[in-house]
Design a protein around this ligand. Structure first.
Ligand SMILES: Nc1ncnc2c1ncn2[C@@H]1O[C@H](COP(=O)(O)OP(=O)(O)OP(=O)(O)O)[C@@H](O)[C@H]1O
Length: 637
């Protein structure tokens, strides 16, 4: 029989058995098999393999075979143990005898009855200590080369496995980090193979598409995109390269229309990138659902429109309603009522200041769009390079200074009415774009290739003779005919007779209120002057004159100042173009008499009397009044 002190030299057979015993295992099973086999082959009391916890300077046993059985969970401080020098060298540390004496502060040695010790550090490729392999015995251990050799072979097996585990852990950590990144993001990330089949997706992707693994993974990405959107992806892939000079990532122009598994579409911003791995091509599609963003945009637009409406309502309260009872204006009212409920385009023609914008507002107010926006744009008031962006909006970066996307007046007027004042001044280049909106309701904002569709009723106005403008090739003929569907001609103020006084009194009331003046009145001279002025600036001029008169009024007297160069009515001596019937003449005379009475406040005689205004004797006037059954003093307006 062999004595305990006599150590057997390991045979090749026992080595073979060790390799076979450990080769099929990995991880903890491998280490358990390794320490047990090593202890058996070398016939030692205990063998253990550890991992090194650098920061704590502790060793944790991955497997510990002691006296014929495994010790579970064994961890200890390195300091003061025979393992301490092991970690500092690449050589085998061998203590053949008296290990307790050499390491008196190691509390574990005496209970184990340790006499001899052997250890070797297990290192990573970079030389960092990952753990160690150690053995101890209760008898002295001679320096036998075969024992060293076997120990080294086992140590290198342990080192290979501990390295594998180390890299596996690093890989797991980095995967966990990537997963945290991928799953932490709000963006859906789809990994596609070269056939554009989804092979991987992050959590956000499953959420965004409301998908499960089995109805999402290994499916063609086209199943989750609108037809045009898939085409966009197909068009983008050829432009992606992994070369150094070219970006391997491309932002997909315009929104993608993505399809959830429940059949609902959602809009998304998307980026596609390409990479190669082991000669295979892969794509990563990053998708951001922008529904909320668009909703917010819509909300902002709604609020902008509401603010606009409120402003309009507010200014409407301050501004006038369309005032007038003359036949000329009555005719305009008839036309307004006819066209308002239709969605027809209207072209309002008339001199400046005749009330074209007020008429456009009246059409809007009487239309089915009355609860939506009325937006006015004066085409003559904006520089030609700004008008396009003002009307159609622009996208960020479209030109210097375009720092944000901006919605134009057409979008603001969506579902409402857009009043294009001074349409004759619209640059020719923009007339084609306007024609497209008028015809198809479609346009592209400046710097954008995405068409926007709107439902806008257009009311245009001009003081120009558009037919002449067409002849002179400064206005497109096709646009003219599109706009001229329902023309309304607004008569100049000088042709509205009695309306002049009606308007003057309306403005007088308004400005007395505005400037806190007690009620002021027009006297007969004022009335006469107003009626005999030619009003080149029309209602706007009248309004301004009355406002000025109110501001400068002293001791209750209005100070009406008219432009002396325009103070005569040219119509007086004009011969009529058509024959007037006797009945029409009679009507005109009655109107004239009533007007004279109105201006002179029903007085027939005297300096301020109607007879004086008419230039006939009071007696003649009286007989005319009697003839037509007109009673002086009546309010004829
Ligand atoms: N019939 C009317 N009743 C009351 N106010 C009127 C009337 N017509 C015009 N106004 C007032 O006169 C001013 C000028 O009117 P508006 O701006 O509508 O004229 P316009 O023909 O559009 O002028 P422009 O051609 O210069 O743009 C406005 O303050 C408007 O409120």
């Amino acid at each position: 029989m062999e004595s305990k002190s006599q150590r057997k030299t390991p045979s090749l057979i026992s080595l073979k058995r060790i390799f076979e015993g450990t080769s099929e295992f990995t991880g903890q099973l491998f280490f358990r098999s390794l320490v047990k086999s090593l202890a058996e082959v070398l016939q030692v009391y205990g063998v253990w393999v550890t991992e090194y916890k650098t920061e704590e300077n502790r060793l944790n046993a991955l497997a510990f075979w002691l006296n014929g059985k495994f010790i579970e969970k064994y961890e200890y401080d390195v300091k003061g143990t025979p393992c301490e020098p092991v970690l500092g060298t690449k050589q085998i540390c061998h203590i053949p005898n008296n290990v307790i004496k050499l390491y008196p502060s190691d509390p574990d040695l005496p209970p184990l009855g340790a006499v001899s010790y052997m250890g070797l550090a297990l290192r990573g490729e970079d030389g960092r200590v990952l753990g160690h392999l150690a053995l101890l015995d209760q008898k002295p251990m001679k320096e036998i080369p075969e024992v060293f050799l076997i120990f080294k072979i086992f140590a290198s097996r342990a080192q290979a496995e501990i390295r594998r585990i180390h890299y596996e852990n690093l890989l797991k950590q980095s995967e966990a980090k990537i997963n945290r990144l991928l799953n932490g993001t709000m963006d859906a990330i789809l990994e596609l193979n070269s056939d554009l089949v989804i092979i991987q997706a992050n959590e956000a992707a499953f959420k965004t598409f409301e998908a499960e693994e089995d109805n999402f993974l290994n499916k063609q990405v086209s199943n989750f995109l609108g037809k045009d959107s898939f085409q966009k992806i197909l068009n983008t892939t050829p432009f992606l390269t992994t070369g150094n000079e070219q970006p391997a990532s491309v932002w997909i122009q315009g929104h993608l229309k993505c399809l959830k598994t429940n059949g609902n579409f959602f809009p998304a911003d998307a980026t596609l990138s390409r990479y190669e791995y082991e000669n295979n091509i892969f794509y990563a599609l990053y998708i951001r659902d922008i529904n909320e963003k668009l909703q917010n945009k819509k909300e902002i637009r709604k609020l902008t429109i509401e603010t606009f409406l409120l402003k309009e309502q507010f200014s409407d309260q301050l501004s006038n309603n369309l005032v007038g009872k003359s036949d000329a204006l009555k005719n305009v009212f008839v036309q307004i009522n006819q066209v308002a409920p239709t969605d027809s385009t209207v072209l309002i023609l008339g001199e400046t200041g005749t009330g074209k914008e007020l008429i456009a507002k009246e059409i809007h107010k009487r239309s089915n769009r009355r609860d939506k926006t009325f937006i006015a744009v004066n085409c003559a008031a904006l520089p030609s390079d700004l008008i396009e962006s003002e009307l159609f909006g622009h996208s960020k970066g479209a030109f210097t200074g375009a720092t944000e996307n901006r919605e134009g007046r057409f979008l603001l007027a969506d579902n409402g009415t857009l009043f294009l004042d001074e349409i004759g001044e619209l640059p020719l280049a923009l007339q084609a774009k306007l024609l497209r909106v008028v015809q198809e309701g479609e346009f592209e904002p400046v710097g954008s290739s995405i068409s926007r569709k709107v439902d806008v009723r257009i009311v245009a106005a001009t003081h120009r003779n558009l037919k002449d403008a067409v002849k002179n090739k400064i206005f497109r003929e096709d646009l003219f005919y599109r706009l001229n569907v329902f023309p309304i001609s607004v008569p100049p103020l000088r042709e509205r007779g009695v309306d002049i006084l009606l308007l003057a009194e309306t403005f007088l009331k308004k400005y007395c209120g505005k400037y806190g003046k007690s009620k002021l009145h027009l006297n007969n001279v004022n009335r006469h002057e107003l009626l005999h002025y030619s009003w080149p600036g029309n209602v706007r001029e009248l309004q301004n004159i009355i406002e000025r008169a109110v501001i400068t009024a002293q001791s209750g007297n209005l100070n009406i100042i008219l432009d002396k160069n325009n103070n005569s009515r040219k119509t007086d001596t004009k011969k009529p173009d058509t024959v007037v019937t006797y009945d029409e003449m009679k009507k005109m005379e009655i109107n004239n008499l009533q007007l004279a009475l109105k201006i002179s406040s029903g007085k027939v005689f005297g300096a301020n009397g109607a007879a004086k205004l008419l230039g006939i004797p009071p007696t003649t006037l009286n007989s005319k009044l009697a003839k037509f059954g007109i009673k002086p003093g009546n309010n004829y307006l």
